[in-house]
Design a protein around this ligand. Structure first.
Ligand code: ADP
Length: 170
């Protein structure tokens, strides 16, 4: 059975992440989304909230599982027997950072963990969790960024009462 892990912060999940998840789930028999519990960062959503959001968003994709992990990806991968990590590439700006992580993981794992990159679908190439948070904090329209239930949760975090979620014509 071919399985892979898609690790990330997913704070919060966007349509860009969902697109990578759906495409990776078609390539692998089983895809585990590994939600990083990074105590050094202060995320908008707790790791439990992020796992719940991803589980809801992926509930109709049967071969996708959602788990959280902390520490180094290579340690988690070794423990769970993953040999492939999936990452998404949006633009050249992602490349340098992603290449560094991929090479570090390969080196530290003794060649046991490889990274496979999926390039973004063009309509999502501009999307980032940071952008979603920025837009939400000003009550902007998130209808093209993430599913509505996630948008509602993000607005709530920023105490936005009347967001422009669905504009006329959307
Ligand atoms: P990080 O893991 O660096 O904290 P994220 O959780 O936002 O970042 O993203 C996880 C992975 O998904 C990364 O490989 C990132 O490049 C990729 N990704 C994020 N947004 C998109 C997008 N719109 N299209 C394709 N890939 C994306």
């Amino acid at each position: 059975m071919k399985k892979a892990i898609y690790p990330g912060s997913f704070d919060p999940m966007t349509y860009g992440h969902l697109d990578i998840i759906k495409r990776a789930a078609k390539i692998f028999d089983e895809l585990t989304i590994g939600v990083l519990d990074n105590r050094a960062k202060t995320p908008l959503f707790s790791v439990e909230e992020r796992v719940k959001i991803l589980s809801e968003a992926c509930k109709d994709i049967p071969n996708v599982k959602v788990e959280s992990f902390s520490g180094l990806l290579i340690d988690y991968a070794r423990e769970k027997n993953f040999h492939v990590s999936i990452r998404g590439l949006r633009a050249i700006t992602d490349f340098e950072y992603e290449l560094q992580i991929a090479q570090t993981n390969r080196l530290l794992s003794g060649g046991d963990l490889d990274t496979i990159f999926l390039t973004t679908s063009l309509e999502y190439s501009y999307l980032s969790s940071t952008g979603v948070k920025e837009i939400a904090s000003f009550g902007g329209d998130l209808s093209k960024c993430c599913p509505e239930f996630i948008a509602d949760l993000v607005y709530k975090k920023y105490n936005v009462k009347n967001p422009k979620f669905r504009r006329e014509g959307n």
